[in-house]
Design a protein. Structure first.
Lengths: 427, 268, 326
């Protein structure tokens, strides 16, 4: 290969020209047309149709959706909203992170701008959106949990199917026994956590037993992991793994495929898997009410994304209008919940959505009544704290170590200290 | 020979697994891992779904962006590195040591650590969402300069002396004595520059918000979505496959430059 | 033997170099004699000017895109919570048991992986040198992992190390061994990360060493063989000393890369179990991008870079002391 000098020079020139000349296609902002940049963590194919609907109905505004990977989402928001790059107007605000987003000044104060929303959003959703009496985010989605079970595996073990009636819900103790029986009868795993070792999935256990959320104090900035009930609940959870009922070493990405391939008897999880399970003709799945401790209360996790308006947006009116369409109108809420089985926070659209999910399979009969009951009566939100992100991180690592066999009291004690240390930087 | 085969298997197996996973339906990817069966390594069910889904999106455009950015970085970066390496190895002047130190420290600084402050600089300069934003941080690479400089030192000085005695100017000497005779170092430095861009993830994520300007690895990550909604390993592996083609092709193309033997006379 | 210090690729031998063309050789004959008076000073000034001109793009890009943000980050590391500047972040870090563990883990990791990677790269290069059937294929296979984004490699190995159905354990089981709890055991997690990092990196370093090996004249090796030296003897007494500088270069470059790498930890172990794979750079990343605590993250980076500078400095000294020029 002979290296022609001319080729090199030409290439360099071309590259330099490309550098100077190439920029992203400008977004035309004429007097009349306003562009709203909308940042979320879902793929474009899911959200673009929703955005298109709004754009068609609102000729003066063009909403452009941009997808950002979930792990990097808060970093990108910090960088762009915090760094005032001017290209974020509306963004996803994951509910438990609201305190820190608001504290950092990223979210625009929406008090008085959203109209009358009582009754359209659940009380608990409104609470999460409010700080110091002012509302900063608009609840878009919420969540609940059900207990998925594999009908065939339970039948083979001769185990009674758990009930979908919340009044008759299975207890954690009964669940463990049933899981063991299913395994004896041939199931590879008796139990599986959907979002294993994540605080969201774990929270109901200590809450159910009365051990609290793990945080206490006025501002939820004190670690409270060492009260007896919390430890007891954690030890129960550990036993599912130490006794071989549930698999170690698989992370949240891998749990649902395991259940779907028919290898596990029970899996508490969110309704988001319902469509995919229904389509799978080889999987005989049923839905039951989420478990509680025998001596405890019924508790289910809840909450999901809200929408926030960037504090330094140049188009607050249009941004707020879009937010209101998505969260407060039935049409917008339904559009947003299409293709994604996460319950909408909009109480007008919610029953329609839930009914649609129930119809997907005969095994889902009774789901809508169950979901509505749980969200209204047993839902407990994650603790509101500016230190929530650190808390979630510390808990996640502690849970994972406990799952692998660390002594519960020791490891929780260590986590408690880590929390105090991390929170000392937040005051 | 057995060692060679075993080592080969060590390297090949994960690659093979990615290859077949790209063409398998999602559930099959995880179904046959244990116990070890024929289906673990040989797919019975094949599908092109992963690829078609991938191409339906902006992946091809993103791959083009990756290639363009990497190529531009290599070309510009080589020019800069060669000039600097020449100055640092051949010319003698005061302060040479200090400048060499700057170069060394330059490649010690972890890029991830400066990504955020750098992002702020680019925002202030209104250079976000441009190819310039992607290319510029990659052209100054201390390691590439280092490689070339070490190589230039090895070229006998008397060649340079002879040429300058005959009136050859700096450019002539640089080109005809040093560059022309440094194929392996150029390829080495080019490789370093290329890999830096090909592996870039955090920086494009920070500085590009427009999908049409985004590079392929970031686009693949976006396919993952949140864990709640599942991640699609099939598409990710299919994308990985396509992304690997370029570096492997480059390696095939340039490997002879690395393995010249004594028997070869001259470099062409 | 040409004096090459730390050259990662083989330097040309005088006989290989293309001689300057006739045009130059027969060009204008003017020598230094005619401008001797004041010539030296002029020449120096001129050299300096040329040097600076040549160096300008490199210095500008390094300064602008590496040194300046690094300086900004350095200053940030001293930002205290109360608003002023001080050593608060550093005090906080060094008093935290977690961070103390991180320093230990990072040092242990690098103490293990760098020699391992260099040795393996060398072994591979030697192996390939043997010209066994299929050399091109082996070379390709070893290098191919470098072509993948490291995140994908980490995902694949994450699955491969699964205790119940990972491919690694499946193979062990087929061979009659017990299945190992790779990523969930405090003693096996780090080795697992090292294995994965080797799979990705060894081929890359091997390529640099191959060039060095190919520079060794066959005649020397043949002479040794005739004198009765076996393969091991030839390798250790002749080959390795001759590529000593390439080896040191690879060691330095690998050290830099490994000190700053954290993607496998991020994807496979999240620093666990029990902090046994908690590398400083991983924690820095979490602080910066997870908790948005930039000053603390910056302090992490300053500490890592300080350690790295010391280690690389020592390696440089090794390089320098073994040969005269630099």
């Amino acid at each position: 290969m002979s290296f022609s000098r001319k080729t090199a020079i030409a290439a360099t020139l071309a590259a330099s020209l490309a550098l100077v000349g190439c920029t992203a296609g400008g977004e035309g902002e004429s007097q009349d047309n306003v562009t709203i940049r909308f940042l979320g963590s879902q793929p474009n194919e899911l959200i673009d149709p929703v955005v298109k609907k709004y754009n068609d109905a609102n000729p003066g505004t063009t909403v452009v959706y941009e997808s950002v990977p979930f792990e990097s989402f808060s970093a990108v928001i910090a960088q762009r909203v915090g760094g005032d790059t001017g290209d974020v107007d509306v963004f996803y605000a994951d509910a438990p992170r609201n305190p820190s987003i608001i504290n950092a000044g990223y979210a625009l104060d929406l008090t008085g701008e959203l109209g009358d929303f009582e009754g359209t959003w659940a009380e608990s959703s409104i609470e999460t959106a409010t700080v110091d009496g002012k509302i900063y985010t608009a609840p878009m989605r919420t969540s609940t949990q059900v207990l998925y079970y594999n009908v065939d595996l339970l039948a083979a073990a001769g185990v009674d199917l758990p009930s979908i009636d919340p009044a008759e819900r299975i207890t954690w103790e009964e669940l463990k026994a049933a899981a063991a029986k299913a395994q004896d009868a041939g199931a590879k795993w008796g139990y599986l956590d959907d979002q294993v070792s994540r605080y969201y999935q774990f929270q109901p256990l200590p809450e159910s037993l009365g051990g609290g959320s793990g945080l206490s104090g006025d501002e939820n900035l004190e670690g409270d992991l060492l009260n007896p009930k919390f430890i007891e609940a954690t030890e129960y959870w550990q036993s599912l793994y130490s006794e071989g009922l549930a698999p170690k070493g698989v992370d949240p990405d891998q749990t649902k495929p395991i259940f779907q391939s028919g290898q596990a008897a029970f899996m508490p999880g969110g309704p988001w898997w319902m469509p995919v399970f229904a389509e799978d003709s080889e999987l005989n799945v049923g839905i039951a009410a989420y478990p509680r401790f025998e001596d405890g209360e019924a508790v289910t996790p809840t909450d999901s994304e809200h929408l926030a308006v960037s504090a330094n947006t140049k188009h607050p009116d249009e941004a707020i209008d879009f937010v209101k369409w998505i969260t407060l109108t039935e049409e917008g809420a339904l559009a947003m919940s299409d293709g994604l089985a996460v319950p909408t926070a909009n109480l007008e659209a919610q029953p329609i959505q839930l009914a649609g999910l129930e119809e997907l399979s005969a095994g889902y009969a009774g789901f809508r009544a169950l979901a509505e009951f749980e969200m209204q009566n047993t839902a407990v939100a994650r603790p509101a704290s500016v230190g929530y992100v650190q808390f979630e991180d510390v808990m996640g690592k502690a849970l994972e170590d406990i799952r692998n066999g660390s002594n519960v009291t020791d490891r929780l004690g260590q986590a408690n200290e880590q929390l105090m240390s991390a929170f000392s930087r937040l005051r | 020979m057995t060692i060679a085969v075993l080592t080969g298997i060590f390297f090949a197996l994960p690659l093979w697994w990615i290859l077949i996973s790209a063409f398998r339906p999602e559930l099959d990817i995880f179904r046959y891992l244990d116990p070890l069966s024929a289906q673990s390594l040989i797919p019975f069910r094949l599908t092109l779904d992963n690829l078609t889904a991938l191409f339906a999106g902006t992946f091809l455009r993103a791959t083009f962006n990756s290639i363009f950015v990497a190529a531009a970085t290599v070309i510009i970066g080589l020019v800069i590195s060669v000039l600097a390496a020449y100055a640092l190895s051949v010319l003698e002047f005061r302060g040479r040591g200090l400048i060499f130190l700057i170069v060394v420290v330059g490649f010690l600084v972890p890029f991830d650590a400066v990504a955020i402050p750098l992002g702020e600089i680019f925002t202030d300069l209104s250079l976000r969402n441009t190819y310039a934003a992607l290319i510029l941080p990659g052209i100054g690479n201390g390691l590439a300069i280092f490689v070339l400089r070490q190589f230039f030192i090895g070229i006998p000085k008397d060649l340079k002396e002879a040429a300058s005695l005959d009136g050859a100017g700096t450019w002539r000497i640089l080109w005809q004595i040093y560059v022309v005779n440094s194929k392996p170092a150029l390829v080495g430095a080019g490789l370093i520059l290329f890999v830096f861009q090909w592996q870039a993830y955090l920086w494009p994520l920070i500085v590009i918000s427009d999908d049409s300007m985004q590079v392929a690895p970031v686009l693949l990550a976006k396919l993952q979505g949140q864990a709640e909604y599942g991640f699609d390993p099939g598409q990710i592996f299919a994308g990985t496959l396509i992304l690997s083609i370029v570096p492997i092709f480059l390696l095939l193309r340039f490997q002879k430059n690395f393995v010249q033997s004594v028997a070869t006379s001259g470099l062409d | 033997m040409s004096s090459t210090d730390g050259v990662p690729v083989s330097a040309p031998k005088p006989s290989d170099i293309r001689r300057p063309s006739r045009v130059i050789l027969e060009g204008r004959r003017s020598g230094p004699i005619s401008d001797r008076r004041g010539g030296k000073a002029k020449a120096n000034k001129r050299t300096l000017a040329i040097a600076l001109a040549l160096l300008l793009p490199a210095i500008v890009s390094l300064a602008l895109f590496r040194l300046w943000p690094a300086g900004k980050a350095f200053v940030t590391s001293f930002e205290e919570l109360s608003g002023g500047f001080g050593f608060g972040n550093y005090e906080y870090l060094f008093s935290t048991p977690d961070f103390q563990q991180m320093i230990f883990v990072t040092l242990m990791f690098n103490l293990a992986i760098n020699p391992i990677q260099v040795v393996l790269a060398l072994a591979l290069a030697l192996l390939i040198q043997q010209r066994l059937p299929g050399t091109t294929l082996w070379r390709m296979l070893a290098f191919a992992p470098t072509a993948l984004p490291i995140a994908v490699g980490a995902i694949v190995w994450n699955i491969a190390f699964r205790e119940d159905d990972g491919l690694v354990n499946s193979f062990l089981a087929t061979l009659g061994f017990d299945k190992l709890p790779w990523l969930t055991s405090t003693s096996l997690a780090m080795p697992a990360i090292i294995i994965m990092a080797c799979w990705v990196g060894v081929g890359y370093w091997m390529v640099f060493l191959l060039a060095g090996l190919n520079e060794i004249p066959q005649s020397i090796l043949q002479a040794a063989e005739i004198d009765g030296a076996g393969w091991w003897r030839r390798t250790f007494s002749i080959v390795i000393p001759l590529i000593r500088r390439q080896l040191l270069f690879v060691l330095i470059a690998a050290t830099v890369v490994n000190f700053l790498m954290f993607a496998p930890v991020q994807i496979m172990t999240s620093g666990g179990p029990n902090g046994s794979t908690n590398l400083i750079m991983y924690s820095a990343y979490t602080q910066a991008f997870g908790f948005n605590d930039q000053p603390l993250a910056a302090a992490h980076v300053v500490i890592v870079m300080s350690i790295l500078l010391v280690i690389v400095g020592i390696q440089f000294k090794l390089l320098k002391s073994k040969d005269g020029d630099n």
